[in-house]
Design a protein around this ligand. Structure first.
Ligand code: NDP
Length: 618
């Protein structure tokens, strides 16, 4: 049997032709598949493609562009405004960038776009002779067509054109990626996307769908509210054991209370007022695909302190907060209504939003999926960021308010002067969690929700209903089922909580500090892996122990919240069970996202840091 001759070796830096054009980019050979006779190569932006040997050349014989090739984005300025030139630099994060090309009305955005794109890929031109030799007539015509077409795009008059040349390239993603779609669109595909987008704002983009895709979206839309209802009904029973399943369904009238709706609206308005006050620092979010960095008013700690004072004043004035316990279902229904209305508003406005503002993940073109997953990344009314506000304020602070009301309800029901130990413990633990989140509010800007997920039903419902009305199930449960706790047990639980909190806080802060300033001297001792995107990955410190140390800390804390409720019922353990499922799923979503972003650098990270959440276990 004859062994195939492998011309280019693994690790070798060569020039790979960009599919559909005669432009060559610096690529590294990752391997050769003898069966398909294709080379697996990685571009500087992390894009991995499979190329034929004839589309790869050794680095010799190419000349670099004459201008400076500084790596600093700020110093690299494109001189030409030609859209054709921009198109040569199109890269993987182009869903939004493509949109920017279509929008020639905004020359400012075009300039930003060029800067962003230029940093990611460094196309090298072939020498003239090389070009003349290698280009056939068809290819030259094709390139001219592309330039002309992109010029047309800049006038926003784009027409779809059939894909060309596709058969020549194998654009499969790597096998374990689980998707048949290419990691990045080729220039001609991008043109097509632009054309489609210009014609229909909800055009489909090539990102894999989460949560069971389109069918999954229907399921979750029905399941999530039903699950909240089930929990509320179950916890309301004298004996909330699973043996008493299903709980009796309430009458339709029991869901509705106009006063409850007014309270929820007032609470949201009150939080909105605190949010817009010019108190606290203005923090910058992570750079968007357009290069822009949004500013956020991070005054969450101030908001919870003022809210606590207001609640204390209200109680002092005789306001009976146990209303929250007795009208839990009505308050949850009112919040649900608001979250649905908000989601409709978010979806409708996303249809009129410029394409560069959309979250790629919620841009499937399917109405139900996009409604569920969230279409627009950072919906704002002027400077009022709806996602940031909803994630951090009414639900999160509302969670503490409800817990406090449950403590008052327990005292009232059992004629106590003080809440039970377990009630105090769960209240304080969860209060610490929220206060810490608000104190370090800025850290949320580097989390998945902010960087990737659009704002739609999933987050709106999660923020306004799921968090305040299911995370409080433990204190709700304790109202009717207080548990005595011995001092050693209490001490052990407190210790567990603080160990979890330490891991959670330290790891989140480490990543946040690193992402905000990778050369922060405080982190200089940490090892990192460079990636083709320019960002690095931490591979020592907390992020060298497991791939999600913050989830580990969070899970330990969740355990500490459930333990005070004892083992008589499964219901107070619901949060722990749910949280394991949530974080395992979230971890796998993040793994896929990071793999798409960082390619082989991510594989290297995973080889070095083998466990995902629990060292030596998972
Ligand atoms: P993370 O904060 O873990 O963010 C994940 C991102 O971090 C990745 O997409 C990647 O983004 C970056 N990253 C991953 N690995 C590395 C590395 N080695 N070095 C540097 N950066 C890396 O995810 P979440 O948003 O899911 O979680 C944030 C916190 O919120 C967690 O503590 C979690 O437990 C908590 N949480 C709590 C919930 C609750 O209901 N109580 C729900 C969900 C989360 P990039 O590289 O692009 O910067």
């Amino acid at each position: 049997m004859r062994m195939p001759i492998v011309k280019f070796q693994r690790g070798e830096m060569v020039m790979g032709r960009w599919p559909g054009s005669s432009l060559y980019y610096e690529v590294q050979v990752l391997g050769f598949d003898a069966k398909s006779q294709l080379y697996n190569v990685i571009y500087k932006d992390g894009t991995e493609l499979e190329l034929k040997e004839q589309d790869i050349k050794s680095a010799a014989g190419f000349q670099t562009r004459s201008r400076s090739r500084s790596r600093s984005p700020g110093r690299r300025r494109s001189r030409s405004r030609s859209p054709a030139r921009i198109a040569r630099r199109l890269t993987s994060h182009t869903a939004a960038a493509v949109a920017a090309i279509t929008d020639s009305a905004s020359s400012r955005r075009d300039t930003r776009l060029k800067d962003t794109l230029e940093v990611r890929l460094s196309p090298l031109q072939q020498t003239k002779a090389d070009v003349n030799n290698s280009k056939n007539k068809h290819e030259r015509k094709e390139e001219n067509n592309m330039a002309n077409k992109l010029n047309e795009m800049s006038d926003a008059k784009v027409e779809a054109e059939p894909e060309k040349n596709q058969a020549r390239y194998n654009l499969r993603r790597r096998k374990d990626d689980g998707s048949a779609k290419p990691a990045v669109a080729r220039p001609e595909q991008l043109e097509e996307e632009v054309a489609k987008m210009a014609a229909a704002p909800a055009a489909t983009l090539s990102t894999p769908l989460d949560f069971g895709g389109k069918i999954g979206a229907y399921f979750w839309l029905l399941f999530l509210p039903s699950w909240v209802l089930f929990l509320v009904m179950q916890v309301n029973q004298e004996d909330p054991s699973l043996v008493n399943f299903p709980p009796p369904l309430p009458t339709l009238e029991a869901f509705w209370d106009a006063q409850a709706l007014c309270f929820v609206i007032l609470w949201i308005l009150f939080q909105a007022l605190l949010y817009i006050l010019p108190v606290g620092k203005l923090s910058e979010g992570m750079p968007l695909s357009s290069g822009e960095r949004l500013k956020y008013r991070t005054n969450g700690f101030f908001a919870i302190v003022v809210s606590a004072v207001a609640v204390a004043a209200a109680v002092h004035q005789g306001v009976d907060l146990t209303y929250i316990h007795s009208h839990f279902l009505q308050l949850a229904t009112a919040s649900f209504l608001i979250s649905v209305l908000l989601s409709f508003y978010l979806y409708v406005r996303s249809r009129y939003t410029s394409l560069e503002q959309l979250a790629v993940g919620g841009n499937s073109g399917n109405l139900v999926y996009d409604f569920f997953k969230g279409h627009e990344l950072n919906p704002r009314i002027k400077d009022f960021d709806l996602k940031f506000f909803c994630e951090m304020r009414p639900g999160l602070i509302g969670w503490c308010l409800i817990n406090f009301a449950m403590a008052l309800a327990e005292m009232k029901q059992h004629g106590l002067d003080f809440p039970s130990n377990c009630m105090i413990l769960v209240n304080l633990f969860q209060l610490l969690y929220v206060v810490d989140g608000l104190w370090n509010e800025e850290a949320i800007l580097t989390t998945m929700d902010f960087m990737h997920d659009g704002f739609g039903f999933m987050l709106a419902f999660g923020d306004l209903v799921w968090v305040p009305f299911t995370y409080t199930i433990q204190t709700y449960y304790l109202v009717k089922h207080p548990k005595p706790l011995s001092l050693p047990v209490l001490t052990a639980i407190v210790l567990l909580k603080f160990v979890g909190f330490y891991i959670y806080r330290k790891s989140n802060s480490e990543k946040n500090t690193f992402r905000r300033n990778p050369s922060d001297p405080k982190l200089s001792y940490l090892k990192t892996i460079p990636t083709a995107t320019g960002k690095s990955l931490l591979v020592s410190g907390w992020w060298g122990v497991v791939r999600h140390p913050n989830y580990l800390g969070d899970l330990l804390m969740a355990l500490a919240w459930s333990l005070p409720c004892g083992f008589s019922h499964l219901l107070p353990w619901y949060y722990m069970i749910y949280f394991i499922i949530l974080l395992v799923h979230r971890d796998s979503r993040d793994m896929s996202q990071c793999r798409r972003k960082y390619g082989s650098a991510w594989d290297e990270y995973c080889r070095t840091v083998r466990y995902r959440i629990i060292p030596c276990v998972y």
